[in-house]
Design a protein around this ligand. Structure first.
Ligand code: PGA
Length: 267
């Protein structure tokens, strides 16, 4: 694993608005695609990356980047939701990203099948597909209020690869806003890339916007590296940038200080 050989390097970039944050993150992806148009990109769902996808699509339409060339792997998918359910992550990705890329070869899109009869085999197969693609060049992440990344919940071993997970109450509560506010409608399980899978990505960008993310992001960037806070594993990654908006940074004065230089290197 790259992390054993290379020094950890966590950079931070604070923006005023989520839209400005998205533009900066999109620039990092553009720079990667200029070097490697066929890069393998790891994608995330949730509210946070939507402005990033909008910016990437704008760039694609303006011929600044070509989104038909990369290969895509999604972080996670609910178990038991039909693919066509509006809240499945298959539907999310189509709505916010893939449907806006005319000519995209769908064979380049890899999303876990939450309805696969054999979940373990599905997870193994997903890992094999990542390997066969040459590994993930850049992984996009959000962060949960409890510090989860993907659906790797607190307590997940850092060594875990793609696996079946039981969702915590806090995550189901947070996601109930997409299910008419009814927690009982939120699936109880999901398939997710593991923390070891994420740590193998050559580059990671983590996006955090809004005050609810302030605490988990701050702890991930500066607190103890612990399995109780899955995102803290990124402190050992050789190439990770936290893109944070003002509201996700504003709770803690020391947070702003920590991230005061746009290219602050934290160890
Ligand atoms: P959000 O979710 O972007 O909808 O806040 C992020 C996450 O829980 O990972």
């Amino acid at each position: 694993m790259a992390t054993e050989k290379t020094k950890p390097n966590l950079r931070a970039s604070i923006s005023f608005t989520p839209e400005q944050m998205a533009k900066k993150a999109a620039q990092e992806i553009k720079t990667l695609l200029e070097k490697n148009p066929y890069a393998v990109l790891g994608l995330a769902t949730g509210s946070t990356p939507i402005p990033l996808y909008e910016e990437l699509i704008r760039m694609h339409k303006a011929h600044e980047i070509d989104l038909t060339k990369p290969t895509y792997f999604n972080l996670d998918e609910y178990v038991g939701l039909p693919v066509e359910h509006p809240e499945s992550y298959h539907s999310y990705m189509d709505k916010h990203f893939f449907n806006h890329i005319p000519g995209l070869n769908r064979l380049k899109v890899n999303i876990l099948d939450g309805n696969a009869p054999d979940k373990e085999a599905e997870c193994r197969h997903f890992e094999e597909k990542i390997d066969a693609a040459g590994g993930i060049d850049l992984q996009i992440l959000g962060i949960g209020e409890n510090g989860h990344i993907g659906f790797s919940e607190p307590g997940t071993p850092f060594t875990e690869r793609t696996h079946l997970v039981e969702l915590t109450e806090s995550t189901r509560q947070a996601n109930s806003r997409f299910f008419d506010g009814k927690i009982e409608r939120v699936p109880t399980h999901a398939l997710t890339m593991g923390l070891a899978t994420i740590m193998d990505a050559r580059k990671v960008i983590l996006l955090a916007s809004g005050p609810k993310k302030a605490e988990s992001t701050y702890k991930a960037a500066s607190g103890e590296v612990t399995e109780d806070l899955p995102a803290s594993t990124l402190r050992n990654h050789p190439d990770v940038t936290f893109y944070v908006d003002r509201r996700a940074a504003s709770h803690y004065p020391e947070y702003v200080k920590l991230f005061s230089s746009p290219e602050a290197v934290l160890r």
